[in-house]
Design a protein around this ligand. Structure first.
Ligand code: ADP
Ligand code: ZN
Length: 880
């Protein structure tokens, strides 16, 4: 959705959705956030005066038609529906009547089809209006129920409200982020099955069967069979027809006579999970782990006081009769409870009456047994019939991680990752929604997994930037995890060896419980880290990619039959083509970045842009001065691989980066080979840095630590530290001690010194001092807005207007310490052919900053140029 369509400030709109005409009284409409805060109810009068639109029944294949609603208005309950149109002026709740067929069945979270102007659109039920402002006879009814299962839980809908407020996105965009694949357009529930039960008592059924025996023997057989079964819930239609040797028309005839009732039912939802049964005896916890567990366990015991998706949230009305106790009865068919409690849009309190939920930071060095703690915590909530979500960075979703969860929890684990096909994702989603797989392991978007009775959320490697979504809604999964856990009363464990400065700051402030594991399991030492000064290598006339020290250690380790990892965070061969006469650098024609050289299998070099798909052959002469002094510079992984092959011809060498692993399954295959000891030297980007536990690795070489240190990003030191600690953590996980060599031109940089000493606290103190000074997170809040378009002048003008309006809004609201930068070109000013300018605002008070931003965007909306896009990023990570 990002960047598509024409932008109104504040949203990335869809080009395909023409906004319907504005309803009368539009100005009075309340946002869902206001609704949630208990403000005015949204007006449902946009549908007024258009008359009911009778259904034609043609939806039967795609949804469940609910029949002719004409004249059925009085006394009908009213549902609040958010329609699937991402446009600012329809991003609110609309009211629709609940037709009689759905009374007692319709629940919060159900997907429905509703009339919308002349169209019919899909939408999500987000609540029920106890007292609609509009007379019910002026409302139109819901046309069809799309899916027997409420696709979203009430807690997820509250979470979407929170996201809308927190990330300045549309409510519907937040809801969409949560929908399973295919939810828009298709049903996601398991296919319902038809069941037939008697509408009369068995004795009467037998009497009728005797009457029918001569004229309609098959009808008689069906009645007889049902009477004989004695099951109040009846029998599955397919089974019944087979037993009575009859066709469906027989059932229809009996239904017309009023003797049987046919119902569609879906398999049972929300069955509590069975107790955990570990495969074998677990190792005793280390003393440090035991101390952590003592703090964690009471919180886990109090977990899960929150939302139960089956309770509450049904359309108020008459309970359906006769549905209880039937073998396939569903939660959807159960009688109504009270409407769901409304939670505030800010930080909602947990529903229900349990103890306060708790969140923890588990700060533990690599190999200290954090994962073992996660596994035990998950087992603890499973034993209480609750579910758990464990988020891992996409890159860590290796077969190894997954295998570890499966070994402990068997087929109760659902895995969600981006390489799955939509069908696989949908199957996993169903198993989660229905409670069959109560443990979810997945990347970022798994935070929205509809786990019933959520007891625990683990965010492993919580500092990872892959938890930040870089398209609308631009959420951070860690923040969403904390909000969701508060809503559902679940416990949160944020785990990391190198916590983000934000998270550690919260732990020191007491907002998170701090759990620490300072030693590796089995007292294995952390690897020794050496910094090698590459300036000295140069002075000594040693021009190799590898320093003398790194070469010496590589030789030693290979001789001893041990494994080596070489890390460089740049793929390709060379990173720039530079003219040594005029300084010209070959750039992408569509993006404001230099082109990278890649070597093809044939050995030829081709220039590629890492941001778009642009490729070209390198020019023979300088396009600017016409000289022949064009020369490639800069190191990429391909070049490192080539150098290693020349130096160690006998070694088994493999490269692993985004180019190599583009093929499905390649990542896994290389990992297997490496873990089995069939690769001596593995060269790679951050892909090899994370999560791997290969005991044979005793040497890690960081080819260059300098690029990361000089990124245009206020988090660059934190990121460099995290990356290097993580790479270093791959060494010495087995019985042989590990060694790390970091090559750099800045060996005295305090960030690298902190890595050499494995001193997280030194890094944290360094960073927090700098950020306090600048008012950057966690000492202040940032919002970045990127303005983009095909032509530079309108983009520049629009960015300047935005900066002025934003500044005025902050001043007007009196936001303390608020400031707005002047509009400026983004560091990558052109990207995929679009010009990009940006403006940043900063303030100590996050909610006030967001409110002022909303106001500024709203004030710009009426006169915003149609072809200039706006992307709002709250708590931005990328500054490029
Ligand atoms: P981390 O997640 O902090 O990197 P892990 O949980 O993966 O650490 O533990 C590192 C290694 O130590 C793993 O091989 C794990 O099986 C093992 N381990 C963890 N806890 C224990 C324990 N209490 N006793 C024995 N081995 C353990
Ligand atoms: Zn490009």
């Amino acid at each position: 959705m990002t960047g598509s369509g024409s932008g109104h400030p504040g949203i990335d709109q869809e080009p395909g959705d023409p906004a319907p005409a504005r309803p009368a009284g539009h100005g009075a409409a309340a946002t869902p956030a206001a609704l949630a805060r208990g403000g005015a109810l949204a007006r449902g009068d946009r549908t007024a005066g258009q008359g009911p639109q009778a259904t034609d029944g043609q939806d039967a294949d795609r949804g469940e038609p609910v029949g002719d609603p004409a004249g059925a208005a009085a006394g009908m309950p009213v549902a609040e529906v958010v329609v699937d149109i991402a446009a600012q002026d329809v991003d609110r709740v609309f009211h629709f009547l609940v037709p009689p067929q759905l009374v007692g069945r319709l629940q919060v979270g159900h997907r429905v089809t509703v009339p919308f102007g002349p169209r019919r659109v899909e939408g999500t039920v987000v609540g029920f209006a106890p007292v609609p402002e509009v007379p019910p006879e002026r409302l139109r009814p819901i046309l069809a129920l799309r899916d027997p299962i409420p696709v979203l839980t009430p807690a997820l809908i509250d979470l979407a409200r929170w996201m809308e407020e927190r990330y300045l996105c549309l409510f519907v965009q937040a809801l969409r982020a949560m929908l399973p694949p295919g939810a828009r357009g298709d049903r996601v529930s398991p296919a319902p099955r038809r069941w037939v039960r008697l509408a009369v008592d068995p004795a009467e059924a037998r009497a009728r069967a005797r009457e029918l025996a001569g004229r309609a023997p098959r009808q008689a057989a069906v009645l007889e069979r049902l009477a004989r079964s004695g099951a109040a819930g009846g029998l599955p239609q397919a089974f019944l027809l087979q037993q009575a040797a009859a066709g469906p028309e027989v059932i229809k005839a009996l239904e017309r006579k009023g003797w049987v009732v046919v119902e569609e039912r879906v398999p049972v939802l929300d069955e509590p999970a069975a107790a955990a049964e570990p495969a074998g005896p677990l190792p005793p916890l280390t003393p440090e782990q035991a101390a952590v567990w003592r703090k964690l366990e009471p919180a886990l015991r109090a977990a899960g006081s929150g939302d139960d998706p089956g309770a509450g949230g049904t359309a108020p009305g008459r309970p359906q009769e006769g549905d209880q106790g039937s073998p396939a009865s569903t939660r959807a068919g159960e009688p109504a409870g009270a409407p769901p409690p409304r939670c505030g849009a800010g930080v909602p309190a947990p529903a229900g009456g349990g103890a306060a939920p708790q969140a923890f930071l588990l700060h533990g060095v690599t190999g200290s047994g954090k994962t073992e703690i996660y596994l035990r915590a998950i087992a603890a909530v499973l034993a209480r019939g609750q579910g758990a979500i464990c988020l891992v960075p996409e890159i860590a979703l290796t077969p190894q991680t997954v295998a570890r969860f499966r070994a402990r929890f068997g087929n109760r684990v659902a895995v969600l990752h981006s390489a799955m096909t939509p069908a696989q994702r949908l199957a996993a989603w169903r198993a989660i929604r229905t409670g069959t797989k109560p443990v979810v392991v997945g990347a970022r978007s798994a935070i929205f997994a509809p786990v019933p009775r959520l007891g625990l959320i683990v965010v492993d490697e919580e500092h990872e930037t892959s938890y930040k979504q870089e398209e609308t809604p631009r959420y951070h999964a860690r923040e969403v995890a904390l909000a969701r856990a508060r809503l559902e009363g679940a416990v949160v464990i944020l785990g990391s060896a190198t916590p983000s400065v934000e998270t550690y700051h919260r732990a020191l402030a007491g907002e998170l419980g701090l759990l620490e594991l300072s030693r590796r399991v089995g007292e294995r030492p952390l690897p020794a880290v050496e910094l090698v000064d590459m300036r000295e290598e140069f002075e000594a006339g040693h021009r190799s990619i590898f320093s003398r020290r790194l070469l010496e250690l590589m030789r030693q380790r290979l001789e001893a039959g041990q494994q080596v990892l070489l890390f460089l965070n740049r793929r390709g061969y060379h990173t720039v083509l530079l003219c040594r006469e005029c300084g010209f650098v070959l750039r992408c024609p569509h993006c404001d970045v230099s082109l990278t050289f890649h070597q093809l299998a044939s050995g030829r070099l081709v220039c590629r842009c890492h941001y778009c798909e642009h490729r070209q052959v390198p020019p023979a002469t300088c396009p600017r001065c016409g000289g022949v002094a064009l020369h490639p510079f800069g190191l990429g992984t391909q070049k490192v691989e080539e150098a290693a092959r020349q130096l160690f011809p006998g070694a088994r060498i493999q490269r692993m980066d985004a180019d190599v692993t583009a093929r499905r399954g390649a990542h896994e295959a290389i990992y297997r080979q490496f873990a089995a000891g069939r690769i001596d030297i593995l060269i790679g980007t951050q892909m090899i840095a994370k999560g791997w536990d290969v005991p044979g690795v005793t040497l890690v070489g960081v080819v260059s630590a300098d690029t990361a240190l000089h990124m245009p990003d206020f988090r660059r030191q934190e990121r460099t530290f995290q990356l290097l600690e993580q790479v270093a953590g791959r060494a010495g996980r087995g019985s042989d001690p590990g060694q790390v060599v970091i090559q750099t031109y800045s060996p005295d940089h305090p960030c690298l010194r902190a890595v050499a000493d494995h001193d997280y606290r030194a890094l944290f103190d360094l960073e927090s001092a700098a950020r306090r000074e600048l008012g950057f997170p966690p000492f202040g809040h940032l919002i970045r807005v990127v303005v983009a378009g095909a032509e530079r002048p309108p983009v520049e003008r629009a960015a300047a207007r935005l900066a002025a309006a934003w500044r005025a809004a902050l001043a007007e609201a009196g936001v303390e310490g608020g400031s707005v930068t002047p509009a400026a070109p983004a560091p990558i000013e052109r990207l995929r052919g679009r010009w990009r300018w940006h403006v940043l605002a900063r303030a100590a008070d996050g909610p006030a900053l967001r409110e002022a931003t909303r106001a500024a965007l709203a004030s710009l909306r009426p006169h915003w140029p149609r072809d200039v896009l706006v992307q709002v990023d709250v708590d931005p990570y990328s500054m490029l």
